[in-house]
Design a protein around this ligand. Structure first.
Ligand code: AR6
Length: 170
């Protein structure tokens, strides 16, 4: 399994599946979710509405797959990250964040996909501490060599610096 680190916008990424940091409604939002729906066009929302009609909302740590619409990627995997509760120990949230990464890779594999790109799930609006979230993301991917290629796409400088340090210490 190859692990790559990229700084940039995940919507520009040509890979089998890009992962969206969605919310349980699956109906879009701001942050990377907003960017994916904007760049991918209405086909993604239509597909998500169809999924919702069939199975209801998406739980934290779980995943669904849709068309990528106009994006260069083949598919979008939508996962719902946990909201970090400041001042609590957040052990459950850490486990749920790991589930997001693991379940995304498993769903990609089930769909015959071999490469994936992840944003830094939960580290924006859901305020997960970036260092802890990066450690969980990297360990989960390394312990589950399910796909051929995993790309960590960092949008902000802080996440990029954290990932660079963690991945170069291997
Ligand atoms: N490409 C890659 N990463 C991005 C992009 C982009 N175009 N834009 C932002 N990021 P967030 P969350 C990074 O807030 O914390 C939405 O409203 C950003 O720098 O998008 O999981 C959903 O609907 C940050 O590091 O997701 C949910 O309601 C990372 O993406 C909620 O936000 C995640 O930030 C989910 O919150």
């Amino acid at each position: 399994m190859k692990i790559n680190l990229i700084k940039g916008d995940i919507t520009k990424f040509k890979v089998d599946a890009i992962v969206n940091a969605a919310n349980s409604s699956l109906l879009g939002g701001s942050g990377v979710d907003g960017a994916i729906h904007r760049a991918g066009g209405p086909a993604i929302l239509e597909a998500c509405q169809h999924i919702r009609n069939k199975q209801g909302s998406c739980k934290v740590g779980e995943v669904v797959i849709s068309t990528a619409g106009n994006l260069p990627a083949k598919k979008v995997i939508h996962t719902v990250g946990p909201v970090y509760q400041i001042g609590k120990n957040n052990e459950k949230e850490k486990e749920l964040l790991a589930n997001c990464y693991q379940n995304s890779m498993l769903l990609a594999k089930e769909n015959g996909l071999t490469s994936i790109a992840f944003p830094n799930i939960s580290t924006g609006i859901y305020r997960f501490p970036k260092q802890v979230a990066a450690e969980i993301a990297i360990i989960t991917v390394q312990n589950n060599p399910i796909l051929e290629e995993v790309n960590f796409v960092c949008f902000d400088e802080e996440n990029h610096t954290i990932y660079k340090k963690l991945l170069s210490n291997e």
